[in-house]
Design a protein around this ligand. Structure first.
Ligand SMILES: Cc1cc2nc3c(=O)[nH]c(=O)nc-3n(C[C@H](O)[C@H](O)[C@H](O)COP(=O)(O)O)c2cc1C
Length: 273
C-alpha cells in the first residue's frame, strides 16, 4: 500500500502531476492515493519534497536522497565507458565476491520494466557451474549432430556452428581445463529470466555495465541459451520450466585480458524526419 502522511503533505500537487496512471488526487486538501490502479512505480515517493509518501510494498530503507556528487555521471565519460566495454573471454582463476554479485543484480533490479512489472529474475550459477558446463557441452553436441544429420537449405547457415559445437565438445572432453570455449573457465554465470524480453534485455545491459564498473568482465553467451533451449536437464538444474523465458546469460569473472583502446563500429543508420 502506498500512503501519504497527511501531517507532512503540503498539497503541492507534484505527486498528482507526476503520477503516470493518475491515481492521486487531493482529498480534503491533502494528496490521496487510490491504490487500486497504482502500478507501484514510486514516482510519488521520489518526487515529494517533504517525504510524505511511503509504502510497505518495498523496503523504504533502500530509498536514497539525491546527492549531485554521487548521483551524476559525466556524459563523455559515460560514452567512453560504453565504447571501451568489451566482451571478455579470458578469465583469471579467481572467484567473484558475493557483494559484487549483489551489485550486479541490483543493476538489473533497478532497471525500468514495462508497466513497472518488475518481472525479471536471476539464476546465479557458481557451485553448480561445472555441472552446467558438462550439460551445456553435451546439449550443444547433440544439437550440432542433429543439425548435421538433417541438413536442409533452411538449416545450412547453422552448419558452421553445428561443426563447432561437435568439435568443441570433443576438445573439451580431451582436456576440459584448457579447452573451455563455452565458459572460458569463468567462475560465475548469471541467467536473466523474464516473460518480457525487453525487460530482461534492458536489465541485462545495465548488469553488464555494472560488471565493468566493478572491474570484472563478461560476455553474453548465446550458445548457453541455445544449449538450454528445451533441454530438461539444464532447465532442472536452473530450476526453470520454460526456456523461452531465459533472456540472457552473462558469463562473468575477473578479466585476464587488457584492452588499450576502443573499437571502430559501423556508422549509425539514422533517419531524421
Ligand atoms: C545476444 C548476444 C549473444 C552473444 N553470444 C556469444 C557467445 O555465445 N559466445 C561468445 O563468445 N560471444 C557472444 N557474444 C559476444 C559478441 O560476439 C560480441 O558482443 C561482439 O562480437 C562484439 O564484441 P564486443 O562485445 O567486445 O564489443 C554475444 C553477444 C550478444 C549481444
Amino acid at each position: 500500500m502506498f500512503e501519504v502522511n497527511k501531517n507532512k503533505c503540503i498539497a503541492c500537487k507534484q505527486c498528482i502531476k507526476d503520477c503516470p496512471v493518475g491515481v492521486i488526487s487531493l482529498k480534503e486538501g491533502k494528496a490521496d492515493i487510490n491504490n487500486d490502479g497504482c502500478i507501484k512505480c514510486s514516482h510519488c515517493i521520489a518526487i515529494c519534497p517533504v517525504e510524505a509518501v511511503s509504502t510497505d510494498d518495498y523496503n523504504m530503507d533502500e530509498v536514497i536522497h539525491y546527492d549531485k556528487d554521487t548521483f551524476t555521471v559525466d556524459a563523455d565519460n559515460l560514452l567512453n565507458f560504453i565504447k571501451f566495454r568489451r566482451s571478455v573471454r579470458k578469465f583469471k582463476n579467481k572467484e567473484v565476491e558475493k557483494e559484487k554479485i549483489s551489485k550486479i543484480i541490483d543493476a538489473g533490479r533497478f532497471t525500468q520494466t514495462s508497466t513497472n512489472s518488475q518481472d525479471v529474475s536471476y539464476v546465479v550459477v557458481r557451485e553448480k557451474l561445472g555441472e552446467l558446463r558438462d550439460l551445456a557441452y553435451e546439449s550443444l553436441k547433440d544439437k550440432g549432430e542433429a543439425i548435421l544429420a538433417n541438413l536442409t537449405p533452411e538449416t545450412e547457415y547453422l552448419k558452421r556452428y553445428a561443426n563447432m559445437w561437435v568439435s568443441s565438445y570433443n576438445k573439451y572432453k580431451e582436456d576440459s581445463a584448457n579447452n573451455d570455449r563455452l565458459f572460458f573457465n569463468a567462475p560465475l554465470a548469471i541467467f536473466v529470466i523474464s516473460p518480457t524480453p525487453i525487460n530482461g534485455g534492458l536489465a541485462s545491459s545495465n548488469m553488464e555495465l555494472m560488471v565493468d564498473a566493478l572491474g570484472l568482465g563478461t560476455f553474453f553467451s548465446g550458445f548457453l541459451l541455445r544449449a538450454a533451449q528445451g533441454n530438461k536437464k539444464i532447465l532442472d538444474l536452473l530450476g526453470l520450466e520454460d526456456s523461452n523465458q531465459i533472456i540472457s546469460c552473462l558469463v562473468i569473472g575477473y578479466p585476464d585480458v587488457k584492452y588499450q583502446r576502443t573499437v571502430p563500429r559501423k556508422d549509425a543508420n539514422i533517419t531524421w524526419i
